[in-house]
Design a protein. Structure first.
Lengths: 540, 222
């Protein structure tokens, strides 16, 4: 089971980093090693594997692999950026914890189990608020983060438990299905800090550095939202023809729409760029809530595509904000006049972030968002909401206008962006390394933001097989053997019957050695539509 | 009704009452241990040994993390730090829990056949009801944190009442989740306690609070 090394590396790494947190250097070193190992082990995950534990188990998918690879890379880059600009001691441990719990949440086919892992991920997130001095206020913010996580987790546990059993002799009104759905949808809204449940997220934005914000408000809730989508598609959407869920859908749609529009308004009027980042995350999360409200299997693929784009683009935006703050020693928008003129590299990064998050027609992100809105809301209102999803252009435009304005007197000089490397001092390499690091904090943060922006743009354009992975089935413990069952007439080799090439990562369908061939015979239709996905399980 | 299960349910609810009513943080953590240890036993049939062991170890670890924060050690300056406790007193909390337990028992299954014992439903409703007030109105980290752990435990009890005894993997994940949440609450509580003389409170009562002028648009005194 290739998922186990990843889970081991990240969970043990998080535990070690938290246990040795008093020794900052040791905690950072062990975390960095584990994050690099997380990237490697995530790349080694093979889709289509199943591990049974008791009556349950975990299964790997192509989407899980992509999510974890991107999460590990983004987490590593955010930690590097955070170290360059000043971050929280526990941020690397929190990153590892969120990755470990996300791996479990996305690999567990049973949503009753997956919500437990996703809730634990939120618990890790509260630790980013810990500070060495003046901890009372930070603890107050942290306990509010924990409260949002636990309340959402409790609602999700109750909702999945209510439906995740035999309901053939249901005595209650079927409308209670709608209540279960509403509970889980509101739980997702709470985890993202969607409006009106955004108070904790706003306080968090006041308290923690930009580079840690996406961990708590984007990556950890994203795993929770993916579980919610799988659960809603499997348990609620099939009931749509029999039960009127219109009224509860309206509530979810209202929260989603309010988040999209009002978060953009809030981001536009904020004076600090970290608040702009915070509300930008909430606004994009509104689109995820729209997908939850769609209750249409057609929304499955675009929703999961959008989630990948959302987490990557917002990570890049947060890294840009951190690099900008360090470069100009201020985060106040009014004091950043001329930032784009003085630092063209940061301007290029922001443009990449804008293209990645807004998208262009034809890019995967743009199409996914359009599909989600279309499936969630029909008619003229849908057009208005679609226009609302473009509202981030307002605050992006404000940042660009401020950046293009003539700098204040005495602040017009260009910012040095090239790395500064002094001659190697072989007599004291440690000191040379320390000096080189401290001389290059700004270029390091800028480079980290640039890498994240490029990755975000790649995911937004559908690279790395994002759209195909997102269209795959959720994890399942069922392995198809129907195509290879005895008695199925074999299509003659070289016939004109429709054929599909063998699929990488497909779970072996051969039950016994010497039995029917596991690899699809030429000319035989494959049971799995997607690379690496377990096949022949019911549609999500 | 199985009398042993009834005793376990009473232990779960009684522990939860003490958690929300007591002012001594050490008493709170011991009572929380009782509730968390007894909760996985409230199942019929009993959970498999491996899963049960995971829950019990998780319960002890979760409460030990809180215990480390709330214990006193005058030699290192860790003075008693009380939590706010119940505002309505433990008798009223017992009545609230009893009423919620009756509702949970009567509503067992929530409209469909249930796979677990009705006593788990009763205990789940009672614990959830008791947890609401500390979670919603708590003014110190320990009170809110223990309330959150109780809330999760209540959800797990209701899940057991509805779907039957969880399997090994689910018990393991539930134990991990409780440890993470309790550990996070403990770390936040330690952080608050290390900052001034206010103990676990959200705000230091020894610090005078002044009027804070708006940051975004400062008023011009002239």
């Amino acid at each position: 089971m290739t998922l186990l090394p990843f889970v081991l590396v990240t969970s043990v790494g998080a535990a070690i980093a938290l246990l040795v947190r008093r020794n900052e250097w040791l905690a950072m070193a062990s975390s960095m090693v584990c994050l690099v190992a997380a990237v490697v082990t995530a790349l080694m995950i093979r889709p289509g594997e199943i591990l049974m534990v008791g009556g349950s188990g975990v299964a790997t998918t192509e989407y899980l692999r992509l999510f974890l690879v991107l999460g590990a890379v983004a987490g590593l880059l955010l930690v590097v950026v955070g170290e360059a600009v000043g971050s929280r001691r526990d941020a690397p441990a929190v990153t590892l914890g969120v990755l470990a719990t996300s791996a479990l949440a996305l690999s567990l086919p049973d949503p009753r189990l997956a919500v437990l892992a996703a809730t634990a991920g939120g618990g890790f997130g509260a630790l980013v608020t810990l500070v060495s001095t003046g901890g009372r206020g930070a603890s107050t913010v942290g306990i509010r983060v924990l409260r949002a996580t636990v309340v959402a987790g409790t609602m999700a546990i109750a909702a999945t438990a209510w439906i995740g059993r035999d309901l053939t002799d249901l005595a209650a009104q079927p409308v209670v299905f709608g209540l279960a759905y509403l509970a889980f949808a509101i739980a997702v809204a709470i985890r993202f800090g969607a409006i009106p449940a955004h108070a904790w997220a706003a306080r968090l934005t006041d308290t923690v550095p930009e580079s840690t914000l996406p961990l708590v408000t984007a990556w950890a809730p994203a795993a929770f939202a993916i579980v919610a989508l799988a659960w809603a598609d499997a348990s609620i959407a099939p009931l749509g023809a029999d039960i009127d869920l219109g009224s509860v859908r309206v509530v979810v749609l209202a929260i989603a729409t309010a988040s999209i529009v009002l978060a953009s308004v809030a981001a536009f009027i904020q004076d600090d760029i970290e608040h702009v980042v915070g509300y930008a995350i909430i606004g994009d999360a509104g689109v995820v809530l729209l997908a939850v409200a769609a209750l249409d299997p057609e929304a499955w693929a675009p929703a999961r595509t959008w989630i990948l784009v959302f987490v990557m683009a917002r990570s890049a935006f947060a890294a840009w904000a951190a690099a900008t703050r360090t470069t100009f020693s201020t985060g106040r928008v009014a004091d950043l006049r001329g930032w784009a003129i003085r630092s063209p590299s940061l301007a290029v990064i922001l443009v990449l972030v804008i293209v990645a998050s807004i998208g262009l027609p034809g890019l995967a992100a743009f199409d996914a968002r359009g599909s989600i809105v279309h499936l969630a809301i029909d008619g003229p209102l849908g057009v208005l909401v679609l226009l609302g999803t473009l509202s981030p252009l307002a605050y992006y435009g404000r940042l660009l206008v401020v950046g293009a304005t003539r700098p204040a007197e005495g602040r017009g000089s260009a910012v040095a962006w090239r790395p500064v490397v002094s001659p190697l001092d072989v007599t004291d390499v440690r000191r040379w390394l320390r000096r080189t690091w401290s001389d290059n904090l700004t270029p390091t943060a800028t480079a980290g933001a640039a890498l994240l922006a490029i990755l975000a743009l790649a995911v937004s354009s559908g690279a790395f097989g994002a759209s195909r992975a997102a269209a795959g089935l959720p994890p399942t413990l069922e392995v198809s053997t129907e195509s290879f069952a005895p008695g199925v007439p074999e299509v003659p080799v070289g016939s004109d019957a429709p054929s599909a090439p063998p699929v990488d990562g497909e779970p072996s369908a051969s039950p016994v050695e010497g039995g029917p061939s596991a690899s699809p015979v030429e000319g035989e239709p494959s049971a799995s539509p997607v690379e690496g996905e377990p096949s022949a399980s019911p549609a999500p | 009704m199985n009398p042993i299960l009834a005793l376990v349910a009473i232990a779960v609810i009684g522990g939860a009452v003490v958690v929300v009513a007591a002012r001594d943080a050490r008493t709170v953590s011991v009572a929380l241990a009782l509730t968390l240890v007894a909760s996985p036993l409230l199942a019929d049939p009993l959970a498999p040994p491996l899963g049960l062991a995971a829950r019990l170890v998780g319960a002890i670890l979760a409460t030990y993390l809180l215990w480390m924060v709330v214990r006193q050690n005058r030699t290192v300056g860790m003075l008693p730090s009380p939590t706010s406790g119940s505002r309505i007193g433990w008798p009223a909390e017992i009545l609230v829990a009893a009423a919620a337990a009756v509702v949970g028992f009567a509503a067992h299954g929530l409209g469909a056949a249930a796979g677990g014992p009705p006593l788990a439903s009763a205990a789940g409703f009672a614990v959830a009801t008791l947890a609401v007030v500390p979670v919603a109105t708590g003014r110190d980290v320990i009170r809110v944190g223990t309330g959150l752990v109780l809330l999760l435990d209540a959800a797990l009890l209701v899940r057991c009442a509805l779907g039957g005894t969880p399997g090994d993997l689910e018990q393991l994940l539930a134990a991990g989740m409780l440890v993470v949440v309790a550990g996070a609450a403990a770390a936040l509580a330690a952080n608050a306690r290390a900052d001034g003389a206010g103990g676990f409170a959200f705000s230091d009562p020894t610090t005078a609070r002044g009027r804070r002028e708006p940051d975004a648009h400062p008023l011009d005194p002239g």
